[in-house]
Design a binder for this molecule. Structure first.
Ligand SMILES: [Ca+2]
Ligand SMILES: [Ca+2]
Length: 299
């Protein structure tokens, strides 16, 4: 125990945020080890990973404080390697012909990057020279996060408290039930999950949008949740933006443990192949990369 405590103390000094001592983290075996910090971002909101090609994309809102949803004609997406080497800071930049305002949640489907941009849903092929094009989403106000089930694009609208299910081939849009102020969304083995900013809880959603969202009942632990990912073993990782913390929740939806103290973590990204977690530190203009490791069972 002492060795472990010493190890965590030493990594905490290197970290952009401090890593919590193992003694505080209860029965959940996952730990975070700081790997790298990407500086020079401009209000980073989301990281999405292209694990096959060992690449990752960072959305940068590039805005003044409290203008994170303004149509200001400034915003960009960065391209880096999965291990955090910046390749093109402005891989996709706002231009007069293809204006970007405040890119946020992203997902990748069939070599196309989809991203939220205030009231718009945009996409661009990953290949060099690809053009940005919009997918119309009627009445959308503030599109926050995106996820895919492998066929459709799902987009959370935090202001309206709904989720849009968009067919990328036909542009057909269905409006699904969602918790109020829905923020991060993700799929795991066909199941659909979301976090709510104001309800500060995790929910399981019906991907068909017919039945009501089912809360986990963990709201007392969180302040304002932003991002959510699910590990292969069913452990949930969520980011508490105003709580300045990353949390793990067990697959039983009851066990809960803090993983790290970080400043304003937004829409986290996961590389399952390399077991790396990407954490945009929104107010700090950085992305922190952590390695996910698991304690071996006690003998
Ligand atoms: Ca902007
Ligand atoms: Ca978000």
């Amino acid at each position: 125990m002492l060795n472990r405590a010493v190890r965590y103390l030493s990594v905490a000094i290197l970290a952009t945020g401090s890593v919590l001592a193992a003694e505080e983290t209860g029965p959940i075996a996952w730990r975070l080890e700081p790997v790298k910090s990407i500086k020079g971002c401009k209000v980073p909101e989301c990281v999405v990973v292209d694990a096959e090609n060992a690449l990752a994309y960072i959305s940068n809102i590039e805005a003044l404080p409290d203008e994170y949803w303004s149509d200001d004609g400034r915003g960009f997406i960065s391209l880096m390697t999965a291990d955090g080497k910046m390749l093109k800071r402005r891989w996709l930049n706002s231009t007069p012909d293809a204006v970007i305002h405040g890119p946020k949640g992203m997902c990748i489907l069939q070599d196309v990057l989809y991203f939220a941009d205030n009231s718009r849903l945009l996409r661009r092929p990953l290949q060099p020279g690809g053009q940005v094009e919009p997918l119309p989403v009627p009445e959308a106000e503030r599109i926050n996060d995106l996820a895919t089930d492998g066929t459709h694009i799902f987009a959370s609208d935090t202001t309206r408290g709904v989720i849009y299910k968009v067919d990328p081939a036909t542009s057909e849009v269905a409006v699904l039930k969602s918790p109020p102020s829905v923020n991060g969304i993700t799929f795991h083995q066909g199941a659909f999950f979301a976090v709510s900013w104001d309800q500060h809880d995790i929910f399981e959603l019906d991907p068909a949008g017919e039945t009501d969202p089912v809360p986990f009942g963990l709201g007392a632990h969180f302040t304002h949740l932003d991002g959510i990912e699910v590990l292969d073993d069913g452990t949930f990782i969520v980011s508490d933006f105003d709580g300045n913390k990353l949390w793990a929740v067990g697959s039983d939806r009851k066990a809960i443990a803090p993983l790290a103290d970080v400043e304003t973590p937004a829409d986290i990204g996961l590389d399952r192949k390399r077991m790396l977690l990407y954490v945009p530190l929104f107010m700090k203009d950085e992305v922190a990369i952590f390695r996910l490791t698991k304690d071996s069972p006690a003998k």
